[in-house]
Design a protein around this ligand. Structure first.
Ligand SMILES: NC(=O)c1ccc[n+]([C@@H]2O[C@H](COP(=O)([O-])OP(=O)(O)OC[C@H]3O[C@@H](n4cnc5c(N)ncnc54)[C@H](O)[C@@H]3O)[C@@H](O)[C@H]2O)c1
Length: 268
């Protein structure tokens, strides 16, 4: 599916990043693994090597810095003149109310989660346009980019921004044959979310809020990202695809109402 194609993945050594790299590599792409430190980028590449994908490239970039991103893409130019796929996956999260979240923490989340995808998409799109490559960009947003989630003002704002960026770029890059889509994961066990998964209250809430009754896997997110990059999605652009076990399907007044209803029904 991706034979001969070069796929750049940011946050490549994280929980979802590794799964995305693997899914693209299994379908024939050569992976360019970008992460915040040399050590982390090498972890991503070594993980791929151990399962038989020896040609992956490690690059270091802080996606929050336009200069650092530009430098990484310049290094990539020395290695290959292709870039077919970009997956903007690097991200961070602060769980704090607006009263506790310091302006510096807000800035950091916005810089990594929203500026990062803009900087990387810009570098990738310039190259795709100039080299007439009909590429694909996938942004890893979140269900927090579609609805409000408590105690995450910066995270929700940044992910809503990523959704807006996706929709804009779908139009602005369409004349060059570049498609831009997003995946909106629900709760997935990764290093980012491991604190939740030891919390019984969280697990109980998940049972109630997720139609499929449990959490998804990094592989489920990776398969969705791979589909959006693939020729099978050739007429798909500007889409934000929730991969959330049905969380978004009942994210409304009805979810609270049905909780009340179910409780009432159970007691009669
Ligand atoms: N895990 C979930 O439940 C979940 C749900 C919705 C959305 N997401 C999104 O998925 C993406 C991946 O999350 P994850 O769960 O794999 O988290 P993770 O913490 O396992 O991985 C995040 C990765 O981003 C990298 N990173 C952080 N700051 C960076 C920077 N400034 N420059 C370059 N790389 C940087 C980290 O080194 C790490 O490799 C994030 O954008 C996150 O918001 C995750």
């Amino acid at each position: 599916m991706f034979k001969g194609k070069i796929a750049v993945v940011t946050g490549a050594s994280g929980g979802l990043g590794q799964a995305i790299c693997l899914a693209l590599a299994q379908n024939g792409a050569r992976i360019v693994a970008i992460d915040i430190s040399e050590e982390r980028a090498h972890v991503a590449v070594e993980t791929l090597r151990t399962v038989g994908y020896a040609d992956a490239i490690a690059l270091t970039a802080n996606v929050a810095s336009a200069e650092s991103v530009a430098e990484a893409f310049t290094q990539l130019d020395l290695l290959t003149d292709r870039i077919d796929i970009l997956v903007n996956n690097a991200g961070v999260r602060e769980i704090k109310s607006i009263f506790d979240l310091a302006p510096g923490e807000w800035d950091r989340v916005m810089a990594i989660n929203l500026n990062g995808p803009y900087y990387c998409a810009r570098e990738a799109a310039i190259r795709m346009r100039d080299r007439q490559i009909h590429g694909s960009i996938v942004n890893i947003a979140s269900v927090a980019g579609l609805v409000g989630i408590r105690n995450r003002p910066a995270y929700c704002a940044s992910k809503h921004g990523v959704v807006g960026l996706t929709k804009n770029l779908a139009f602005d890059l369409s004349p060059y044959g570049i498609r831009v889509n997003a995946v909106a994961p629900g709760a997935i066990p990764t290093p980012m979310t491991e604190v939740y998964y030891s919390d019984a209250e969280f697990l109980k809430g998940l049972e109630h809020a997720v139609a499929l009754g449990n959490s998804g896997t990094p592989e489920a997110i990776a398969q969705a990202a791979a589909y959006l990059c693939s020729p099978q999605a050739s007429f798909v652009t500007g889409v934000v695809l929730p991969v959330d076990g049905g969380f978004m399907a009942e994210k409304s007044f009805a979810s609270n109402a049905s909780k009340t209803f179910n409780t009432a029904a159970a007691s009669t």
